[in-house]
Design a protein around this ligand. Structure first.
Ligand SMILES: Cc1ncc(COP(=O)(O)O)c(C=O)c1O
Length: 390
């Protein structure tokens, strides 16, 4: 049975007929929108989960020392971070953590700075906590997105703005912020007493020659940095993992910890614990192969789009492609309908990530090369053979 047939048997969010109907206007669509993988999980993780399930029952569990040792080693080897386990708190999702951070450290109608186009749940969390979104839009310069530092500085200086949420690697545009860029971000936050939340969930999918730098590397310069992360995306475990938040400042950590305790959010899930510990100790080779596959998918698509009127913003990280349709369409609705109807492939419309993403689309390429190429060819055919002079 091929992977597509296996996936069809699962109640995956990305192929929920009701969701497809409401987002794309039809249920029979090939879903390449939700950010999860279509690869079989690493064999050691699969074996460890099967062994755990076979072993009597599921009593309450704690995270044993072996878990923390494996985690510490993973963080040292992969991100040059000396992780102190006492600085890590666990919650069900990153959005749970960001809501808590916003509620605990800001007041209603305070400004939270984001860098659109960006992961849409940042916007939802800010709205749901009755705070105000302050945009520091990314600038697209020579096919590469960059931070507008001048604008960031102006926004950070405003008394009403209290928090900056960055995404590194950035979903959806695929930038991996350099050490120099992060240094500048941290300096601006420090100068203006802005709490810096760095969402690093995509940290393990770093492509080609790019280098990931965690915001944790700047903790010695500025204590008001909080890193939200998880290994869910990395190991295709979105359906079973929880998330981590790393806070070195004691006062900030105690406040978040008190809220998590109030709602009892930090309980260990036995399967998550087994999957993660095995991922840390034995998942590295699988991950290297997955990154190679994703890089090859990027290269294939780049070639496929060489002489086309669809332009690829080459990703430095993540397994998302950010496709530029500005040369073909002037209207977002026309773009979305043309591509959805014409290709039968379900992509995220760029404006779902903020209006700064208008006339772009995001495509998940964590799947087989055949599927990726097949889909991009269908998309190419669905796009009119015209260009607007821009
Ligand atoms: C940047 C970013 N943060 C967070 C999440 C979701 O994390 P969680 O499921 O833990 O809320 C995603 C999922 O796509 C994401 O891209």
């Amino acid at each position: 049975m091929n992977i597509d047939q296996k996936l069809k048997e699962l109640p995956l969010t990305k192929s929920n007929p009701n969701t497809l109907e409401s987002l794309f206007g039809k249920g029979d669509i090939s879903p390449m929108w939700v950010a999860d993988m279509e690869f079989q999980i690493a064999k050691p993780i699969q074996d460890a989960l099967i062994a755990r399930i076979s072993n009597s029952g599921f009593g309450y569990e704690y995270k044993p020392e072996s878990f923390f040792l494996a985690q510490k080693k993973w963080y040292e080897q992969n991100y040059q971070v000396d992780l102190n386990k006492d600085h890590v708190l666990y919650s069900p999702t990153i959005t749970t953590t960001i809501s808590t951070l916003i509620e605990n450290f800001t007041s209603e109608s305070d400004g939270i700075i984001t860098q659109p186009p960006v992961f849409m749940e940042f916007r939802d969390v800010i709205r749901n906590t009755q705070r105000r979104i302050t945009k520091n839009p990314l600038k697209l310069i020579d096919k590469q997105y960059q931070i507008d530092f001048q604008d960031l500085e102006e926004k950070a200086k405003l008394e009403t703005n209290k928090v900056l949420i960055i995404c590194n690697p950035h979903n959806p545009v695929g930038r991996v912020w350099t050490k120099e860029e992060l240094n500048q971000v941290v300096s601006i936050c420090k100068e203006n007493d802005i709490l810096l939340i760095s969402d690093e969930i995509h940290k393990d999918i770093i492509l080609f020659e790019n280098q990931f730098t965690s915001a944790l590397q700047f903790i010695k310069d500025y204590e008001r940095i909080v890193v939200c992360t998880s290994e869910a995306k990395t190991f295709n475990l979105c359906g079973i993992t929880d998330s981590m938040v790393i806070i070195s400042n004691e006062e900030l950590r105690n406040s978040v910890s008190a809220t998590f305790k109030k709602y009892n959010l930090g309980r260990t899930n036995a399967l998550t614990r087994v999957a993660l510990e095995t991922a840390y100790t034995s998942g590295g080779i699988w991950l290297k192969n997955i990154i190679k596959t994703i890089e090859n998918n990027v290269i294939s698509i780049e070639k496929e789009l060489e002489n086309s009127n669809i332009h690829l913003i080459k990703p430095e990280g993540t397994y998302q492609l950010w496709l530029d349709f500005r040369e073909v369409f002037e209207d977002t609705k026309e773009m979305f309908t043309n591509i959805t109807e014409g290709s039968g492939v379900g992509l995220n419309a760029g404006h779902w990530f903020g209006r700064e993403g208008a006339l772009f689309m995001r495509m998940n390429i964590a799947t087989s090369r055949d599927k990726v190429l097949n889909s991009i060819n269908k998309i190419k055919k669905a796009v009119p053979n015209k260009t607007y002079n821009k």
